[in-house]
Ligand binder design. Structure first.
Ligand SMILES: Cc1ncc(COP(=O)(O)O)c(C=O)c1O
Length: 325
């Protein structure tokens, strides 16, 4: 078997991730959390990484022995390092800011190399200068396999996701339209992100210039991979509500999820509440993007929340009321 055939074998679809039911106080409405923390590298980014590598092998930009390069500070690097190791390829990631052991270790344990660059926006040019194939998750946001897997498990009426590269909402919207499904896609958008204002104003070049405080989702500008025509609704979510909802998921499931999962849940509960008020029934799926112990020191920590000026308490009552717990 040649390298390309073996590589495509490694990059074939993975094991489905589970759906976790969360009680809601709306008769006939079912809320399910699609738990992407069950991926081998603990996050939804596992699917993005598989899709990016697969696309690059198919179009010939990655071949045996090629060095693979990316610019990112988060879960994407761990997922990409995992696939690079399985394909036997050297992997270099350019991360923003000063060197951090906590961010470097999981990548280095998988055989990857981390280079830290300041100021943060310089990571993209720094990655382009490295001799190798720049995966470029924002510039080449590739559709992944979440929709196909999810619709094999359940037929939801709404799917709620966050948006960063735009790949997940585009994957869902594309699949739903091409399969004639009636399900709608909602994007939960944190404060400072350009997606909600850009979508509302029909301005694909909209930029807020402000970074999101919710790790993994929300962008200072509308990214090229975000496809507004494939999204039915964008729900702006206060950061404190997203953090409160992340804590709620942890209390109910035990999973130390990140605030992006909480942001999606808050938007999902807004939809459930509207379904209840209109007497509608149906199924809402909300994504868990990741879960990791490092989130215990951020969104699950009162000192961290206070330092960011996030008043979590104002949302807790609504969460318990909407989930009937
Ligand atoms: C809840 C949630 N939704 C969506 C995403 C990713 O969005 P995109 O596919 O737009 O990069 C993440 C992070 O990877 C997430 O945590």
């Amino acid at each position: 078997m040649n390298w390309n055939t073996r590589a495509l074998d490694v990059l074939a679809v993975g094991e489905p991730t589970p759906l976790i039911g969360l009680p809601v106080s709306a008769p006939g409405v079912r809320l399910l959390l699609k738990d992407e923390s069950a991926q081998p590298t603990g996050s939804l980014r596992h699917r993005h990484a598989r899709a990016l590598f697969r696309q690059a092998v198919l179009d010939g930009s990655i071949a045996e022995g090629a060095t693979v390069v990316e610019a990112t500070g988060g879960n994407a690097a761990v997922a990409q390092a995992w696939f690079a190791r399985r394909l036997g390829l050297p992997y270099i990631v350019v991360m923003p800011g000063e060197r951090s052991q906590a961010r470097a270790r999981p990548v280095e344990e998988l055989g990857g190399e981390c280079r830290f660059v300041t100021p943060p926006p310089a990571i993209y040019n720094a990655a382009r200068e490295i001799d190798g194939h720049f995966l470029d998750q924002f510039g080449r946001a590739a559709p992944h396999d979440l929709a196909e897997e999810l619709f094999g498990q359940v037929r939801p009426d709404w799917v709620v996701t966050g948006a960063s590269t735009g790949a997940t909402s585009a994957t869902l919207g594309q699949w739903i339209r091409s399969h004639g499904e009636s399900c709608r896609v909602a994007v939960a958008d944190p404060e400072n992100s350009a997606y909600f204002p850009g979508w509302t104003l029909d301005a694909p070049d909209y930029g807020t210039g402000m970074p999101s405080r919710i790790e993994g989702i929300g962008r200072p500008r509308v990214e090229p991979g975000f496809q507004p025509d494939l999204v039915d609704l964008i729900v702006p979510v206060p950061d404190a509500a997203g953090v409160a909802a992340a804590r709620h998921i942890r209390e109910v499931t035990g999973l130390p999820v990140g605030a992006s999962s909480g942001t999606a849940l808050w938007a999902a509960l807004e939809l459930v509440e509207r379904m209840r008020a209109r007497g509608e029934t149906g199924t809402v799926v909300s994504l868990i993007g990741d879960a990791a112990d490092r989130h215990l020191a951020t969104c699950h920590d009162d000192g961290w929340a206070a330092g960011k000026g996030l008043d979590i308490g104002q949302y807790t009552g609504t969460l318990w009321q909407r989930t009937g717990l």
